[in-house]
Ligand binder design. Structure first.
Ligand code: PA5
Length: 474
């Protein structure tokens, strides 16, 4: 298997006894974490594999994500023609060849991964590019992640006004993702977008144009059966919603938008291997958890700011917000995740981060290599802005100065920061990142003695909302 440039975690910015941690505190935490790593990789995986006799405090045990990338890649290499990955690639090719636009319906874990992959691995103006420059791939829209009237109406209007009756090149498809198959936001949107599909192309278009990704049973699975959907994918058992980015949930949209899903999985698998084998002191996942949790416990850093130094990583940050919040926000515990994009948010949140409450750890997410050549400031024939002195400097150089300057400003005011380096915004790096954060979140949950899987708290609003809706039933 390919070996990709690894992620790097530099936590020297917290190694300051006045406002941070000592090496010995980190060492002690790492040895404690080693026991939880063993538990995750042995007991949890064994119990999960057996599927029965799981102790009550471990239920649900959705440990299937841990070796999912390895399982998919192994299957692809050994029985390629019948493998899940090949089916995904074949389906993606059919969708790319047949449709001009794809609407992806889903919410939470059934939405955020696909959006993160689109923004981090594809062109920043993917939808706006001429079709040829998108490699002939369809434009991508997301819906079903809210019950927002105007957003839904806006997208329906866009689809209607760009559909040319009888023109096969203006056909669009609907990928609907819901593990349970019963999530209200997604189910409501499905009705509305199915209606639009029927209106534009007739009911006979549905079996080809509707692509469900759902559990083995449930309302969506039954609907797919009734319609006779030609292409369907399953969300594997034992892989929770926010841990499902490396299942069809993330991979089908990724393949449609032209991301290299094999490299994505190889990056993830490289991270699993690193987590499994690397000694605690060099283990990225364990170090990340040790530093973040210790800063929370010892220095009250209850807010974990993921400071992404690239526009391409905003949705990746939102994906992480959901992962951390739904997994660890339990039993009155769990740090508050907050994504910022810099340098943009240096002009909105930085004031508070520099001089507000001392309850934050800044985790910088830094891109080491850009996709395009470095763009210089340049000369324009006037120098009223005084920038001629910097004409030869490039955007990556200015970004680097901003990162260093911001970290220094934090350090001078005794505010902690760490740097997590992504070699690039590409599939191998993002594959490593997603898997690193999923492993880290479960490891931290075990250390906190809470169950990182499941989201029982989310049921409360659903119950009350249902009651209000029931009272308006016709
Ligand atoms: O992480 C989770 O499990 C949740 O965020 C779910 O993904 C979300 O509630 C959507 O659920 P479903 O895929 O069943 O529609």
């Amino acid at each position: 298997m390919n070996h990709y440039p690894p992620l790097r975690f530099d936590y020297s910015g917290v190694l300051r006894p006045e406002f941070g941690l000592s090496e010995s505190q980190i060492e002690a935490a790492l040895s404690e974490l080693d026991a939880y790593r063993r538990e995750m990789l042995t007991t949890d995986l064994e119990l999960f594999g057996r599927g029965t006799d799981i102790p009550a405090e471990k239920v649900p045990l959705d440990a299937g994500f841990i070796d999912l990338p390895d399982r998919l890649l192994d299957e692809y290499r050994t029985v390629r023609s019948t493998s899940e990955l090949r089916s995904i690639l074949v389906a993606a090719k059919r969708i790319q060849d047949s449709f001009d636009r794809v609407v992806i319906l889903g919410i939470g874990g059934s939405y955020m991964g696909a959006r993160a992959i689109l923004e981090s691995c594809c062109d920043p103006f993917y939808n706006e590019l001429p079709c040829g420059e998108r490699g002939g791939r369809p434009k991508i829209y997301f819906a079903g992640n809210n019950v927002d009237n105007d957003h839904t109406q806006g997208l329906l209007h866009l689809l209607r006004s760009t559909t040319i009756s009888g023109d096969p090149h203006s056909r669009w498809a609907l990928v609907v993702i819901s593990k349970s198959g019963g999530t209200l936001e997604t189910a409501v949107a499905l009705r509305q977008f199915m209606q639009e599909l029927k209106r534009s192309f007739g009911a006979e278009a549905l079996p080809d144009a509707l692509i469900p990704i759902t559990g083995a049973s449930g309302k969506l699975s039954e609907l797919a059966e009734a319609i006779g959907c030609r292409t369907r994918f399953a969300v594997p058992e034992g892989v929770g919603g926010r841990f499902s980015i490396f299942s069809a949930v993330g991979l089908v949209p990724a393949a449609i938008m032209g991301a290299d899903i094999v490299k994505l999985l190889e990056g993830a698998s490289q991270m699993t291997d690193h987590f499994r084998r690397e000694a605690p002191a060099e283990n990225l996942v364990m170090n990340y958890v040790a530093v973040n949790r210790l800063m929370e416990l010892r220095h009250g850093c209850l807010t974990r700011v993921l400071s992404a130094w690239s526009n391409a990583l905003e949705s990746t940050g939102f994906w992480y917000d959901q992962l951390l919040a739904e997994s660890l926000g339990k039993q009155e515990q769990g740090a508050l995740p907050l994504t910022v994009v810099n340098t943009r948010d240096l002009h909105s949140r930085a004031q508070q981060h520099q001089e507000g409450r001392r309850d934050k750890l800044m985790n910088n997410l830094i891109v080491d290599r850009y996709r395009h050549d470095s763009l210089a400031v340049g000369k324009i024939g006037w120098n009223q802005d005084g920038l001629d002195a910097y004409a030869d400097l490039t955007l990556p150089q200015i970004m680097q100065a901003a990162i260093q300057g911001t970290n220094q400003a934090y350090a001078e005011d005794r505010r902690p920061s760490t740097n997590l380096h992504l070699p690039a915004t590409d599939e191998p790096s993002l594959g490593q990142f997603f898997q690193m954060m999923m492993l880290a979140t479960v490891l931290e949950g075990r250390w906190m003695r809470i169950n990182p899987y499941g989201q029982p708290g989310v049921e409360a609003y659903k119950m009350h909302m249902k009651r209000f809706l029931e009272s308006q039933r016709v």
